[in-house]
Design a protein around this ligand. Sequence first.
Ligand code: PEP
Ligand code: CO
Length: 467
Amino acid sequence: MTLSSLTPRAEPLVPAPPAWSPGSWRTRPAAQQPDYPDAEALQRVEDTLALQPPLVLPDEIVGLRDALAGVAAGRGFLLQAGDCAERFTSCTEDGIRSKLRVILQVAILLTYGSGLPVVKVGRIAGQFGKPRSSPTEVTDGVELPVFRGDIVNAPEFTAEARRPDADRMLRAYHHSSAALNVLRALTLGGYADLGQAHDWNQEFVRRSTAGRRYEKAADDVGWALRFMSACGLDIPAQAALQQVQLYTSHEALLPRYEQALTRYDERRRTYFDTSAHMLWIGDRTRRPDGAHVELLSGIGNPVGVKVGPTTTPDDLRELCERLDPAREPGRLVLITRLGAGKAGELLPPLLRAVRSAGHTPVWACDPMHGNTFVSGSGYKTRRLSDITAEVAEFFGAHREVGTHPGGIHLELTGDDVTECLGGDLDEIVEGQLETRYETACDPRLNAVQSIELAFRTAEFLRIQHSG
Ligand code: PEP
Ligand code: CO
């Protein structure tokens, strides 16, 4: 995460809409907000957060915008990946290292397999808030508020645990800060060195078919490095081979938290949300006249929007107009999550509508959230075959319309969990889900399934780019 040095710009990077201010979202309807019982405590937390140092800096955010502009123009691919919901308790060195490891593995396979630069963005260091389909939950006749993520309340089914606690926003800030500190140390301190690609493969992965294929790819990368060294290139002097730039992102679910971390950058005459490099708006909070869209319309960060199957081409055009009136390549990441069997039909009209309105977003495929179902044994799960099918439909739709399939958005973990079904050769079957079902929210791909999907995605990408 090196800081880029940039020349000052005369114009604001992102001209905020005329009536916009960091607090203008407060006059708009805000979906998915906790009902805080203590208004004074809430105000105190917002005031305290507003005095904390930024978690990320404008130079880094602008670096990501520039990288995404390249992706939007077809010169790269975005990998956005991490937990569905991070837990405060998994903010440990091991927890972070394990997530980083699998992100690096997927990234190297995508880069090596496609020949395109891969922009890496984690759902990490702040992904603590969850939108929910219902505000309450009933168990044995008792009704309590739902768990909305560690930034809001706790998952245990008691009135005490489920009461929204504003202090948790402060804890989320401090956990994000600690996670970022470890991430910066790992990504800059040699752990991400391409020559270490074998070490990212954990023992349980190495035993799998996908893991053995990964070993072969890591061997090939090692040979390529030796070849370049033999040709006279000073490999240890190439920072790009030793370090990676991993950007952070989370869903901007709580506008109060995001506003408190939004700061004005004098040099660029632009507001930036310094809680993460990239923020996204969920499928349940994307009303064009709503609070979430209002807040993100005025900040200079790259902004993602989840696009679910109920989105019409007109809805999407309106959203793009609100969030990207200047039509800047890389400002928007449109993350489609339409479901296998539907994406092939629903996506082309959306691609055409956005293109004809003059926007050049990064189009990314989230093959997770449109493919969730509850298994016979009662576990929320997803099939790797559906996930792969949606990715295939995504590539097919872009090929049909002539737009760039710009990225993939995954919920994954480096751990050996059993949350998603399938795998061509190392299959997880329904009876195994209970073995290691550890997610705090949605089912994640384990490291083996993630690697298998990375190989498939790299193949699609290579086919697309070879004509
Ligand atoms: C998520 O990304 O975890 C999520 C809830 O997605 P969506 O808003 O697309 O349902
Ligand atoms: Co999720």
